[in-house]
Design a protein around this ligand. Structure first.
Ligand code: ZN
Ligand code: ZN
Length: 132
């Protein structure tokens, strides 16, 4: 169990499941969306995501047709993404989790697009493409 919130605190979430693994994506879209070298996500079954507060603050952006990127419209924090054809899973941005996360990095995706200034130093699996 974890709690999560956006930068302004308007959105408060509860994650009612364990998060054993974090997946890192280095693609250009994720760099832009996070304003950083990569995104770090955990796939969560949508049924385990509980919205405690902030329903009216959710906003979404489609960089690609089939995937919505959900963020807080007050503070801009990225919250999760979800494929329209896979609504039962969200990809939580693990940076919004409030508690220390005892997860390890499972893999790096789209490593050919990695930021030049960032070096991958862990031994996790590396993929030239996304996982799905
Ligand atoms: Zn916010
Ligand atoms: Zn990506």
């Amino acid at each position: 169990m974890y709690t999560a919130s956006c930068l302004c605190g308007g959105i408060q979430l509860k994650i009612n499941t364990e998060i054993p693994e974090v997946f890192v994506c280095h693609c250009g879209q994720c760099q832009k969306a996070q304003g950083s070298a990569f995104v770090a996500i955990a796939p969560i079954e949508t049924k385990y995501l509980e919205i405690l507060q902030g329903h009216t603050l959710f906003s979404e952006y489609f960089a690609t047709e089939n995937k919505k990127r959900v963020f807080c419209k007050a503070c801009g924090s990225p919250l999760f993404s979800a494929r329209l054809d896979l609504p039962e899973v969200i990809r939580l941005r693990v940076g919004i989790i409030n508690e220390p996360l005892s997860a390890h990095i499972a893999s790096h995706a789209f490593i050919d697009y990695k930021a030049a200034w960032f070096e991958i130093l862990d031994e996790a699996k590396k993929f030239h493409e996304g996982l799905n």
